[in-house]
Each structure stands twice: as C-alpha cells, then as structure tokens.
Design a binder for this molecule. Sequence first.
Ligand code: PHE
Length: 352
Amino acid sequence: MESINALRKSALRRLRSIKHKEELRSFEVEFLGRKKGKLTAVLRRLGSLPHRERMSIGQEANTLRLELLEEINKKKNIFAEHAMQEILSKEAVDITFPPPKRPRGHLHPLTHIRLEAEEIFSSMGFSVIPGGPEVETEYYNFDALNIPSDHPARDLWDTFWISSRSSKVIDQKRKARGRSAFRVPTSKVLLRTHTSSVQVRHMESHQPPIRIIASGKTFRYEATDAKHDTEFIQLECLFVDKNVSVAHLKHTLSAFFQKMFSPKVAIRLRPSYFPFVEPGFEVDMRTAEGEWLEMLGAGMVHQQVLKNAGYIPGHWKGFAFGVGLDRIAMMKYKIPDVRLFRCGDVRFLRQF
Ligand code: PHE
C-alpha cells in the first residue's frame, strides 16, 4: 500500500513537470509499460499476496492506473491543441497583405503603330478590312496588279516562292476545309511581297465607292541590315470612286502623317514607277526637324488593275498606297535597327 502511495506521489509530480509529447510517452512507458512499468510491476506482484490484501491493494493499484491514464490523456489533448494553435498561427493568411506583382503582357510596338494607324484612317472614313492571306497566289501578288511573269518589274520584289508541292498541299487543304481553291488554280504560291495583293481581292467582291485600309505581314527574300528585314508590316490603302485625283491622295497622306507624327510635317511626291499605278509616286516626308525621308509608294490605280477586278473600263478612278509600318515605328520610337522588332529580346520589348 505504501509503495503505491509513493508511486502516486512521484508519478503525479513527474506528470506536472512534463512539457513535451516525447516526455509524456516515456512517462507512460516508465509507469504503465507492459514489461518494465513501475505500476505494472506492483500489479504483477499481487499474485503472491494473501487474498484480502490482494483485493484492497489491487483495487488501489487499478485506481491509480486509471488515474494516470486519464491524466496522460488530458496532457495529450493539451499538447495536440498547442500543436494545432502553432500551425494555425504559423500558416495564418493575412488577407490584407498586398499580392505579389504579376508581370503583365503588353502590345508589341508594331501593334501599337498598327492600331494607331487604323484609328487615324477610321477617323477619315476608311474601313479597316482584314489583312488578307500572307501565303498568296502569284496572281493576286503580281499578275492582277499588271505585273505578268515576264515583266521586268518583278525584280522589284525579291520573292519567297513556295515549292509547287507545298502549293498543291495548300490547295488540297483549302478544298478539304470546304473553301474554294485559289481562284486561279494554276497560279504559283508565294509569301506576299506587299499588301497590294489585297487590292484586286477586295475589288472582286466589292463595288465602288471603296475606302479601305488593310495591314499585315509582308515578306522579301533579301539580305537583312539595319533598315531591311525579310519580314515587315505594310498598310495598304485603296480608294476608288468617280472623281478621284492626286489631290485626294496627297491630302490623305499628309493628314495621316500629321496625325501620326506632328502637325509640322509635310510631304512631297516624286515621280516613280509601279506597274499597278499610273502615275506612280514615291512619297517623302519632311520631319519636324526639317529632314526629308522616303516613306512609301503610291499612285493612281492603273486602269488595267480596275479592269482585272471586273470593273467597267474607264468608269472609275482610284488612288492607292502602301506604307511600311516598321519604318514609322522606328521613327516614332527612335529605334536604330529594324531587326530588333522580331529578335524576341524581352529587354527591347519591355520598353514599350
Ligand atoms: N506595293 C508597293 C510596294 O510595296 C507600294 C505601293 C502600293 C505602290 C500601292 C503604289 C501603290 O513597294
């Protein structure tokens, strides 16, 4: 009986000082362990006692056992609660904390210029039509524009031709997708060298008055340098109506450049040659700093082109021009090398 009382005292004192789950476990083993537990040893010795003592001592020992088990359980719960509190405070989310900045994408500088140009022409009453296919037929890129295959002017546009096998595949795919094959099936296929390819394409399905712009990628098979790339963006403008003159062309162009750059800029037209216009011009712009820069090709739409579009000969007049948007972007943003636009270097692109 005495040793049980002593055991209770020492056990309860130990329990009070326990601060960790691990200590609690070794306490449990020390007192209640099956093999070497101190209380277990007392219970084991019961058998050697006389009957009456065995009853009273046994009862006492069992009470102690239950008491200890309950205390251990209480402590376990307290420890578990503490552990949970710790997790909760450590992993707490402060919903008032500002979120990390997410990098946002933005438009490419050429897209900015393209949108700006579209805005300007829209404000002048032009419709912005889809840019037309980049993979184009020889017909729309050349023949329809009064440049037959034996015409020396073809040398003006160094062309990426698409091999006849791929041309056939493209033709078949278009057919399979339920689109009509190219209008002129025998036509060879190329990467369009200018957006003028949209002129006859558009006029075939529309009647004058026509006031449209169309922009998109164009390609030239050329050595690249700071001013030339094999790929660039052109914007084509086509205006067809009854009494159209060079004055309309000149006004449209100077209004465009003044809105794009500054009211101070001026333009001048120099005679030039493109088979699809007559007369044809090279257009220069005088910058606010007084420097003349060559900007684009333009002219009055050649009657042969209007005829190729199916219009009654002599009935309509028009002007057209094609302007390189890379060039404009270079001037506006002061970019020294056209190849930067497509180099994929984010250090360049992040500046816009
Ligand atoms: N398509 C010509 C070029 O890329 C430019 C142009 C367009 C000239 C329309 C006259 C009329 O060189």
